[in-house]
Ligand binder design. Structure first.
Ligand code: PAF
Length: 283
């Protein structure tokens, strides 16, 4: 496995691999890697001759400065994990390497980028599109792997890739969970053990709401999830939207779509840490 810091060197190495007929898989990350990332890398290693993992804490997608400041930075440990799961290249550029000039490009993909995270984190998806479009242009991957934990991000990245004509297959990969059910996330390291136990209620309640939904209306199910989680001291739901899995727009009745997903964001603990998760009700 090779650690590369510059675009020039990575392009040179990848040109050789491509000339040798190898398919290239890209796993974009912001570091602080965990088993969820490892599963994306394993999948890419299975599917491609070469796997590139980018480790870049992208400042343009943070609308909250404090969130960026306290985001864990663990490049050495990340490299150990990536070597163990078979990555070929770790691309860890500096901010200046990726953004020699401020990126003034704007991306807009309504309706999928305007709701939920798009509404509560203004500018977030613009920053994600800025960095992912740069990574796609640098790496020119055949396939790119994204965790379904960031359910909305996949829809936005797909829209961006299609809009800009990138010849890349976007491969969504299942959420990886702790034994407790808590969705793995780099932000979990910011939680105390007690807070992690508290945060496990998010998925427990979502999972219970699936059977609740079989004999309750959509509005009742939404209320059940929000009220159950808000009743737990230390948790505060920011939003819980029950949406069509394709357009990501709110649905009012279970009969409105064959593909229905509940997407949630919850503040947890003393900092607090913002956690996202989702559950598929239909589809
Ligand atoms: O999902 C993430 O970790 C980030 O949003 C991504 C896709 C690596 C872009 O910085």
């Amino acid at each position: 496995m090779k650690l590369v810091h510059t675009i020039e060197e990575l392009r040179r190495d990848l040109a050789e691999a491509r000339a040798g007929g190898k398919k290239i898989g890209l796993v974009p990350t912001m570091g602080a890697l965990h088993e969820g990332h490892a599963s994306l890398v394993r999948r890419s290693v299975e599917d491609n001759g070469v796997t590139v993992v980018s480790v870049f804490l992208n400042p343009t997608q943070f609308n909250d400065k404090k969130d960026l400041e306290r985001y864990p930075r663990t490049l050495e440990a990340d490299c150990r994990l990536l070597k163990a799961v078979g990555a070929d290249f770790v691309f860890a550029p500096s901010v200046e390497e990726v953004y020699p000039e401020p990126d003034t490009r704007t991306f807009s993909y309504p309706p999928v980028d305007t709701v939920m995270e798009g509404a509560f984190r203004p500018g977030h998806f613009n920053g994600v599109c800025q960095v992912v479009s740069k990574l796609f242009a640098i790496v020119e991957p055949d396939r790119a792997y994204f965790g379904e934990k960031d359910f909305q991000q996949i829809a936005v990245v797909r829209a961006m890739a299609e809009d800009l004509g990138f010849n890349v297959e976007i491969v969504p990969c299942p959420v990886v969970r702790e034994k407790s059910g808590l969705a793995m996330s780099s932000r979990n390291t910011l939680l105390t053990e007690e807070e992690k136990a508290m945060a496990a209620n998010i998925y427990a309640v979502l999972a219970k709401s699936k059977s609740f939904a079989t004999n309750h209306t959509l509005a009742e199910t939404r209320r059940y999830v929000v009220d159950s989680l808000n009743a737990i001291v230390g948790l505060e739901v920011q939003y819980f939207s029950i949406v069509d899995g394709g357009s990501l727009q709110d649905v009012d009745r279970w009969s409105d779509s064959d593909d229905i997903v509940g997407c949630i964001t919850v503040y947890c603990g003393h900092l607090p840490v913002r956690l996202i998760d989702h559950i598929r009700y239909k589809g």
